[in-house]
Design a protein around this ligand. Structure first.
Ligand SMILES: [Zn+2]
Length: 281
């Protein structure tokens, strides 16, 4: 993809319209959240590359990396999420845990329970786009422009920060936890059935593994119980959300998500025990 020339044209139009908030060609100070080490090989230079793209595109624009968040104009955050649809956003709301506008870029997403990483090229496109927003660029109607809207399309969507760090925005947090809980809960019924079948092949009478078998059944029953709690919390969350009581639905969906995690833990214990019992056979 070649965006450079077209983005330049779009930029001139925006300068003419006076809509670029950093049009005075100044230094923009960016605080970049540390990137997890295992992502650094592929994505370690993404932000710098995106910065130099805009520095070349906008005469006089300079970025600097702030060593302290307080001294920055905005924060850059790296994320992974549950949906392919949302690859980045820039939010000027300072109602997050940073107290600063946040630009987020998704480097990976969970697809069918599996983490898929973006290609470095795609991550760079998303980062350029969000950085564009951060310096005041609007969406372009030109599909070849880096500011074309499909690159993110979710200025109205919500911050991972807000979701993970608490209900500063209860509606957003509620929606996010509803998704998280939903994606976790759905496969659990099947996993519980499978765990029961796997445990069913073991019988008591082998002194070495009797205790493990008993612990396993106990873990299994807790898994069943927790799934029940998770489903009930999901239903309450749904009812509260319908009444626009997002403080409540947030808490309920979060509880559903946490119960679903407990189910996973118990089922993992069952799996672990089955391996031990097989070893003792
Ligand atoms: Zn956008």
């Amino acid at each position: 993809m070649n965006h450079t020339g077209l983005a330049g044209l779009a930029l001139l139009a925006l300068f003419a319209a006076g809509t670029v908030s950093y049009a005075q060609a100044q230094t923009v100070s960016v605080y970049a959240q540390g990137m997890p080490r295992h992502w650094q090989d592929e994505f370690g230079s993404t932000l710098l590359d995106a910065m130099s793209y805009w520095e070349k595109t906008i005469p006089g624009l300079k970025f600097e990396l702030a060593s302290r968040m307080e001294a920055s104009d905005f924060v850059v955050e790296w994320a992974s999420q549950n949906e392919k649809a949302k690859l980045g956003y820039y939010s000027t709301s300072d109602l997050n845990s940073y107290g600063k506008p946040v630009m987020a870029v998704t480097l990976g997403f969970f697809d069918g329970g599996k983490l898929q990483m973006l290609s470095p090229e795609s991550a760079l496109e998303v980062t350029k786009h969000e950085l564009g927003h951060a310096i005041g660029m609007q969406h372009s109607a030109n599909p070849d422009d880096v500011m074309y809207h499909t690159v993110d399309d979710f200025e109205s969507l919500y911050s991972v920060v807000q979701v993970l760090d608490g209900p500063k925005n209860p509606h957003a947090a509620s929606t996010k936890y509803q998704e998280l809980a939903g994606s976790l809960v759905v496969p659990l019924e099947g996993k519980i059935t499978a765990a029961k079948a796997s445990l069913g092949v073991f019988s008591y009478g082998n002194n070495a593994s009797d205790q493990i078998l008993e612990d396993s059944w106990l873990a299994y029953w807790w898994a069943v119980k927790y799934l029940d709690y998770a489903e009930k919390a999901q239903m309450s969350g749904g009812a509260s959300a319908l009444q626009s009581d997002y403080e409540k639905s947030y808490a309920e969906f979060k509880a559903a998500y946490e119960y679903a995690n407990l189910v996973e833990q118990k089922l993992a214990l069952v799996d672990e025990n089955i391996a031990k019992m097989n070893a003792l056979k």
